[in-house]
Design a protein around this ligand. Structure first.
Ligand SMILES: CC(=O)SCCNC(=O)CCNC(=O)[C@H](O)C(C)(C)COP(=O)(O)OP(=O)(O)OC[C@H]1O[C@@H](n2cnc3c(N)ncnc32)[C@H](O)[C@@H]1OP(=O)(O)O
Ligand SMILES: CC(C)C(=O)C(=O)O
Ligand SMILES: [Mg+2]
Length: 570
């Protein structure tokens, strides 16, 4: 790269529009949407779509609710021409949908283009010629007046051919190609001449489409250019003002939004931003940006995954996993603090309240996406995401301090493998750590019985291959187990939850225990159809987890103490 890029590149000139009004505007209604997936999108593919794929995408665009669809460049090839004919002759165009086709401003191409449309109920004929100085001088070798004459004569030809076929309702669209690089006065003059040549009226408007054929400046410059045209076109009432942003600088969405604030009424683009080079503006993102501001876009993306798969299949290009609203990862959080906030936000969100879930600008359910894949766990994750996954996949809701304790187990695993941890893996880790820890003391069975005003407990365990039976009593089952264990165990906290519903319901018990003279507090968990059994399992599990972390001599001392309890109580 150059050390001094200003020797090769220069900044885009400012538009003289000191009293611009667009910065204060808010978009309150959806524009007219025009999909050019089958034309601008199609011309940008490695291989243009086959007729079958074009038809499939056309039908998907109709299902989404797009009412103006540019279906072909009919003079480009027989395939393109035939596709338009199939749409018309096969009756595939719904009554509320208008097809559109593109042609250069050249006589033989216009005649061929018009022939593709005869018999249509309504059709938009889109004529373009480039208007920026380098095109005028280098591509066409024409003076400004000759370029205007080229546009005007083409429009007059379209008018003449249209008048010869009055059964079709004809609409003219004109694009000064490379508008963003065109002197504004010249763009206005050529557009005014076209409006005049078509004989436009408020009832028979011309669509004037002002393309950012190549995005050349910051989006505020495009907005200024659009507002300038909006204010300076001589017959604004006879015009539908349209924009066609490309994404060369990565700001096509912003450019389209600011252009709408600046007076545009119509947007041309493609689903998920397919199109020449870096793409046309993405109609899906634009529409859903409106939706998240409470504006009905008039388009339906309630099954966005299905739309995405159709588009990918038709154009043979993948959608990026981080593409707004649709990418596989956009409703996913890996990092701990995001997961925590999403989990709390989802729990807090009421169905009838304004959407307010941190990190999620839209409710994934509105797009037919589920919450299941929102939170994923890797080495950047914290307790919130881990807890969320266990709860959503297995119905197991962990106490907060247990979440903290378990997250360090998960973190060690994630650090070691470097990989994402799926819910079944998480469950396996939880089971190994809490439900089936390595055992010094194995639970065999217990019997709980009434013992006067108290509860009695006979607890059978196995230590060192020997069965031992401990007896205890207390004011409840937990108390009775602690007593049976000889009083060395102190229960710091106890919580129980239910997992599942109806006859499949099970109880989950969580205890936090400490043992006299041994540092550290550990959680234990038990899951069983019977809540008392779940509690006993949780206590024995916690005991084993403590014993697993201490020296063998200390462990033997605890076991010896237990065996002493047998002699004392039995
Ligand atoms: C920004 C856009 O997306 S514009 C749309 C671009 N899409 C396409 O080009 C896809 C379909 N195109 C095609 O199939 C062909 O280009 C055709 C059939 C339109 C024309 O083919 P050809 O006549 O062989 O010309 P070619 O493809 O080389 O285009 C260059 C010629 O078109 C002329 N031209 C380019 N744009 C225009 C225009 N809008 N109006 C009139 N002439 C134009 C050029 O001046 C050049 O003419 P020249 O050969 O006399 O110097
Ligand atoms: C034909 C025109 C509208 C075009 O695609 C462009 O300028 O990008
Ligand atoms: Mg384009």
């Amino acid at each position: 790269m150059l050390k001094q890029p200003n020797t090769k590149y220069r900044s885009f000139p400012k538009v003289q529009l000191a009293d611009r009004t667009w910065p204060d505007r808010v978009i309150t209604q959806a524009p007219i949407w025009m999909s050019t997936d089958l034309r601008d999108g199609n011309q940008a593919l490695f291989e243009p779509m086959t007729a079958e794929r074009k038809m499939r995408l056309f039908k998907k665009l109709v299902d989404i609710g797009i009412k103006e669809i540019e279906v072909a460049f009919p003079s480009a090839s027989q395939t393109e021409f035939d596709f338009v004919r199939t749409l018309i002759d096969g009756g595939h165009v719904p009554a509320d949908v208008t097809i559109e086709v593109l042609t250069q401003a050249r006589e033989h191409l216009i005649r061929r283009t018009m022939a593709s449309l005869y018999g249509a109920r309504r059709a938009i004929v889109h004529v373009y010629n480039a208007t920026a100085r380098p095109f005028r001088e280098i591509v066409f070798g024409m003076s400004p007046d000759q370029v205007i004459a080229m546009a005007v004569s083409s429009v007059k030809l379209v008018r003449e051919l249209a008048e010869a076929h009055p059964k079709t309702e004809w609409v003219l669209e004109y694009s000064p190609e490379a508008f963003t690089g065109t002197e504004l006065e010249f763009a206005r003059d050529i557009c005014d001449a076209v409006v005049e040549a078509w004989g436009a009226t408020p009832e028979r408007k011309v669509i004037l489409n002002l393309p950012a054929t190549v995005e050349m400046a910051t989006p505020n410059v495009y907005a200024d250019q659009i507002e300038w045209m909006h204010r300076n076109l001589s017959r604004r009432d006879d015009i539908v003002l349209s924009v066609h942003p490309h994404n060369d600088r990565g700001s096509a969405i912003a450019a389209a939004e600011l252009a709408l604030m600046a007076g545009a009424e119509r947007v041309e683009g493609c689903l998920f931003g397919n199109g020449e080079r870096t793409g046309n503006v993405d109609l899906v993102t634009l529409a859903l940006n409106l939706y998240t501001q409470g504006v009905d876009p008039g388009l339906d993306f309630s099954n966005i995954n299905d739309i995405a798969r159709t588009v990918e299949d038709c154009i043979r290009l993948p959608i990026h996993p981080r593409h707004p609203y649709v990418g596989d990862l956009v409703f996913t959080a890996f990092s701990g603090s995001h997961q925590d906030a999403i989990k709390k936000g989802l729990a807090h969100q009421r169905p009838d309240a304004f959407w307010e879930v941190p990190y999620l600008p839209i409710d994934p359910a509105d797009l037919g996406r589920s919450y299941d894949a929102i939170i994923r766990v890797n080495s950047q994750s914290g307790k919130g995401g881990i807890a969320y996954l266990l709860e959503s996949a297995y119905g197991l809701s962990l106490p907060r301090r247990l979440q903290v304790e378990f997250s360090s187990v998960v973190q060690r695993h994630a650090d070691a493998t470097g990989a994402e941890i799926m819910p079944d893996e998480l469950w396996r880790m939880f089971s190994e750590e809490y439900l089936e820890p390595a055992t010094t003391i194995r639970y065999l069975e217990h019997h709980l019985f009434e013992h006067g005003a108290a509860q009695g407990m006979r607890l059978m365990l196995e230590t060192n291959g020997r069965r031992i039976t401990l007896m205890g009593e207390g004011n409840g089952p937990i108390d009775a187990v602690v007593h049976a264990l000889g009083g060395m165990v102190r229960v710091q906290s106890y919580e129980e939850r239910s997992m599942g519903q109806g006859s499949d319901a099970r109880a989950a018990a969580f205890v936090e225990i400490a043992i006299d003279d041994i540092p550290g507090i550990r959680y234990g968990a038990g899951i069983h159809a019977n809540i008392v059994t779940a509690s006993v399992l949780a206590i024995v599990g916690a005991l084993n987890r403590i014993l697993n972390r201490i020296e063998p001599e200390a462990r033997e001392a605890v076991v010896a103490m237990l065996e002493k309890s047998v002699r004392q109580v039995a």
